[in-house]
Design a protein around this ligand. Structure first.
Ligand SMILES: [Zn+2]
Length: 82
């Protein structure tokens, strides 16, 4: 698996939808690629922010330590990937 494939599998992985064989490949790449570890971490934070925003639109807490620029960059990257 390369970094591009990794980003394609990322969403399914976080949803727990990845079949065992692909999840093993995914985690193998994660073990050897610091860039993708960082990417996964940022992506996961973005998902949490989105969920928090949907769960409590009126009085959501401030978005913590993920800067808005980063969130926007990830959303743009994801739009390009799809
Ligand atoms: Zn990678």
């Amino acid at each position: 698996m390369n970094c591009r494939e990794f980003t394609e599998f990322l969403h399914e992985y976080l949803l727990g939808n990845l079949p065992a064989g692909e999840r093993a490949e995914f985690e193998k790449h994660l073990a050897e690629c610091p860039w993708c570890v960082t990417y996964l971490d940022s992506y996961r934070k973005t998902i949490q922010l989105e969920q928090a925003a949907f769960a409590a639109p009126e009085d959501a807490p401030p978005p913590g330590d993920a800067p808005e620029e980063l969130v926007q960059a990830i959303i743009r990257a994801r739009a390009r990937a799809s």
